[in-house]
Design a protein around this ligand. Structure first.
Ligand code: FHN
Length: 480
């Protein structure tokens, strides 16, 4: 990764390009790469068992739970439409006033085993929990902060209970951690002076301590998902992000880390100044997904998207009628969309202040769970198939099996499948084994018959394929 120096102009243009756009740019030719101390640690996907498990899980739940659940988007009688977990900022509430919400933190309906059972029934293989969101309130009794569950009427270690319950249910736990901490006097958005620099170094030590505490108190954690890392202060301290990744990997062997943590020597985030992914997987797809035709570059690295059910509410908001709320099938569509491009999907839940889930979330969870129970084999351990996207839905692949996940039924009664060169479709079946008619209609093009009784929800057709390097073809190209 060390090579000639770039011209100042080229470097400046690299620094200005956003991660998503940069991701679409071609990598620099090796001889033009610049020397980086804090760039990517590795080229290409991680291939070890822990990473494979992360990848095979494919479907996860995100949990945003903190003090913001108590006001639920409402402050002093006024309802704010923005994300509920940002209410402190929308309503300009000073930290000392906001943190008094701790006196009301007493979720009497919280039952970690019930949460784990709900997760299990929803088919998720992992849960990402907000250990600490931007407000600074910790769901574990951190000895480095007074703003923790230990100092609330509830007192108990919520995070510890959840880790145990999820793990007992066979579900991996991932820790969301916001580096930006509005409760801490040493947090800085930007380093403008020597004094800022000293304060911010203290803040980084505090953060290291909290991270070490999490890693050692809960050693079964499988992933750290960093957030609140976009400010200039972090970009000015790229060294620290590389250090945190190394530190956590030493403390928790196999742990995975998202790209959002990282900034390189020049403050470039997610992808370093040479265009290489930092961290183990890309994590910038938030409430949006790559285009299944134009953005195939994402299949080159591991990635995980996260999605809210309303348009943009992560924490509990009392009033979901203020924005569009996705239907269960729309959420399912996004899950399948992500897997079809080799990504994971974490669907967000924002539990109520009493520790229960709102009815819409319970219904969604149960819908996804029932669908996954019948059709999960086209999601878990599946990957990008490499076949041209068709309008009826998405393909996924597991070894030599190709899955067609049908979301839109065409009036023609036929689903078009176009195979890559040298690949033929030998057989098609529903997941219950029932045969589906396959008709070859042109070179590398097939009609797959729609089963006479289609379920009232997206369904799956499994294709068995044959491959030959030099297929004999009866088709002739048109002379034009
Ligand atoms: O500001 C946060 C937001 O509240 C939420 O936690 C999401 C989840 O990905 N992350 C940040 C915005 O990118």
């Amino acid at each position: 990764m060390k090579k000639k120096h770039l011209t100042a102009t080229l470097l400046l243009s690299l620094l200005l390009v956003s991660p998503a756009i940069q991701a679409q740019k071609k990598l620099l030719p090796a001889e033009q790469e610049i020397e980086l101390k804090y760039g990517a640690d590795r080229l290409g996907k991680r291939q070890d068992a822990a990473m494979q498990k992360f990848r095979d899980n494919r479907l996860g739940a995100f949990i945003h739970w903190g003090l913001y659940a108590i006001p639920g988007g409402e402050w002093n009688g006024k309802t704010y439409q923005g994300a509920a977990e940002w209410l402190k900022s929308w309503a300009k509430v000073p930290s000392n006033e906001w943190l008094q919400l701790m006196d009301q933190w007493n979720p009497q309906k919280f039952n970690a085993k019930k949460w784990a059972q709900m997760a299990k029934e929803s088919g998720v293989k992992y849960v990402k929990i907000t250990t600490k969101h931007h407000e600074g309130f910790c769901l574990w009794p951190s000895k480095y902060s007074q703003y923790t569950v230990a100092n609330t009427p509830y007192k108990k270690d919520i995070l510890g209970e959840l880790v145990k319950a999820y793990n007992d249910a066979g579900i991996d736990v991932h820790f969301y951690f916001s580096v930006m901490d509005w409760s801490h006097p040493d947090w800085r958005y930007k380093i403008n002076s020597e004094e800022d620099s000293v304060a911010f170094q203290r803040f980084l030590t505090f953060t290291d301590n909290q991270l070490k505490e999490l890693a050692t108190r809960y050693p079964t954690v499988k992933d750290f998902w960093f957030d609140g890392t976009w400010d200039a202060s972090i970009k000015q301290n790229g060294w620290w992000t590389a250090h945190v990744e190394r530190m956590l990997k030493e403390l928790v062997p196999g742990v995975t880390i998202n790209s959002r943590l990282r900034a390189d020597d020049y403050g470039k985030r997610h992808f370093d100044s040479n265009g290489h992914l930092m961290g183990d997987y890309e994590s910038a797809y938030e409430r949006r997904l790559p285009d299944p035709v134009k953005d195939l570059h994402v299949t080159k690295w591991d990635w995980e998207a996260c999605m809210t059910i309303p348009e943009n509410q992560w924490g509990y908001h009392k009033d979901w009628s203020l924005s569009y709320v996705k239907s269960p099938v729309e959420v399912l569509d996004r899950i399948v969309h992500a897997v079809s491009l080799g990504g994971n999907m974490a669907v967000n839940f924002g539990p109520q202040p009493d520790g229960d889930f709102r009815s819409e979330e319970k219904e969604l969870s149960s819908f996804i769970g029932k669908w996954m129970k019948k059709n999960g084999e086209c999601i878990y351990a599946c990957d990008y198939a490499g076949w041209a996207k068709q309008d009826w839905g998405y393909y996924t692949r597991k070894k030599d099996e190709i899955y067609m996940i049908v979301f839109n039924l065409p009036y023609s009664g036929q689903l078009t499948a176009k195979t890559p060169k040298g690949v033929q479709i030998a057989e098609a079946t529903l997941l219950n084994g029932q045969s589906v008619k396959v008709t070859e209609v042109a070179r590398n093009e097939y009609n797959i018959g729609i089963p006479t009784q289609t379920p009232n929800e997206p369904f799956v057709i499994k294709l068995k394929i044959k491959t030959s390097d030099s297929p004999v073809s009866k088709y002739k190209e048109a002379l034009t």
